[in-house]
Design a binder for this molecule. Structure first.
Ligand SMILES: NC(=O)c1ccc[n+]([C@@H]2O[C@H](COP(=O)([O-])OP(=O)(O)OC[C@H]3O[C@@H](n4cnc5c(N)ncnc54)[C@H](O)[C@@H]3O)[C@@H](O)[C@H]2O)c1
Length: 332
């Protein structure tokens, strides 16, 4: 399978490496409009055509698949051209920024019988998949809350706010774990640096049965935190992505209402062992690229399919509307 990569920036470098390492793929082109990125790609991949013109790739009948890793505002136009020219297409997150754009791309992909996929890398992460397995097996009981923090001194984007940049990851994880959309979305965000681009935001999702999800995203934190707490009514999960080895811990702890003191509503704490489950440590990006390649070869839906992208976009659009209305609850 002959592949072209569009955008050789921070993330494009990782994608190029994983395409080259995939035994069924051959990286034929790297396209970037920036001269210094072209020079860097040429130095790294001598056997690959490194060019600035996307049209050359579109016209090359030997190219089967295109991976788009440019800035989000350009995704829609590039993906549309890619699909219209008969290429299977993988788009970086966030795939697009409007629902109509997602629907449009879906229609072209269906019409031309092409794979269209978004890179929600965390759906391929061994820790996230282990958490899904643990939740689905009812080991932690009913999930009551998820609390996610993804903050650091981040790169300020020009075309998307911090939720579209960082919360996209948490939303793809939350949706993967919960399997359904929330009933309501509310968010508050502030633009301290660039006008109309929120650099810090707090997002709340509410589901049936009083399940609540809170996501904190920021480009203005002096420390890097990538943490997710999941509270079940039997056990609780702590996922710390910064931890080098023990990223996932299951706390056999819970809170029990003391039956003998029901009138006073006294609670007891059940504090048990802490388990460190084993999880797959394969690079998630390699698995994502493999899923793209296998979806094309076997003509099946990828895990990180268009619907997963649409679900995330729906929540992000609602969050944006809520921010505009000072945190008002938006029904989905
Ligand atoms: N899945 C993940 O974990 C993850 C992580 C980081 C970034 N991303 C996503 O990857 C995408 C790129 O992010 P980045 O951090 O690498 O950005 P970046 O700015 O470092 O790189 C983007 C590159 O695309 C090039 N480019 C822009 N428009 C182009 C065009 N029309 N044709 C050809 N080249 C073009 C730029 O010159 C630049 O080199 C974004 O959508 C981002 O959200 C995903």
């Amino acid at each position: 399978m002959n592949v072209a990569l569009i955008g050789y920036g921070y993330w494009g470098i990782n994608l190029a490496r994983n395409v080259v390492q995939n035994s069924k793929m051959t990286l034929k082109y790297i396209v970037d409009t920036n001269k210094s990125r072209i020079d860097l790609a040429q130095k790294t991949y001598s056997g690959v055509s490194v060019i600035a013109e996307f049209d050359v790739v579109l016209k090359d009948p030997n190219i089967d698949a295109i991976i788009i890793a440019t800035n989000p505002a350009s995704h829609y136009e590039l993906a549309k051209k890619s699909l219209q020219n008969g290429k299977h297409t993988l788009v970086e997150k966030p795939m697009v920024t409007e629902m109509t754009q997602a629907e449009d791309l879906h229609e072209i992909a269906e019409k031309n019988k092409l794979t269209l996929m978004v890179d929600h890398t965390f759906m391929y992460n061994g820790v996230v998949r282990k958490m899904k397995q643990i939740i689905d097996s009812d080991d932690i009981g009913d999930v009551k809350y998820i609390d996610a923090t993804r903050i650091n001194l981040g790169i300020f984007q020009n075309d998307i706010n911090v939720l579209w940049d960082l919360a996209t990851h948490d939303l793809s994880i939350v949706h993967f774990l919960m399997g359904s959309l929330p009933n309501t979305v509310s968010a508050i965000g502030k633009c301290h640096i660039k006008p109309n681009i929120e650099n810090i935001a707090y997002l709340i999702l509410q589901y049936d049965n009083d399940v609540i999800v809170h996501i904190h995203s920021s480009w203005m934190s002096p420390v890097k935190i990538r943490k997710m707490l999941i509270g079940g009514d039997k056990k609780m999960i702590v996922y710390d992505d910064i931890e080098p080895t023990e990223k996932l811990k299951i706390y056999d702890s819970s809170i029990i209402l003391n039956n003998e003191n029901r009138e006073q509503l006294l609670v007891d704490y059940r504090i048990g062992d802490v388990f460190v489950p084993k999880y797959n440590t394969q690079e998630p990006l390699a698995l994502m690229i493999q899923d793209f390649e296998q979806s094309i070869i076997t003509n099946r839906k990828p895990l990180s399919d268009l619907q997963s992208s649409i679900n995330v976009i729906k929540i992000l659009k609602a969050a944006q509307a809520s921010i505009l209305h000072k945190g008002r609850e938006i029904q989905l």
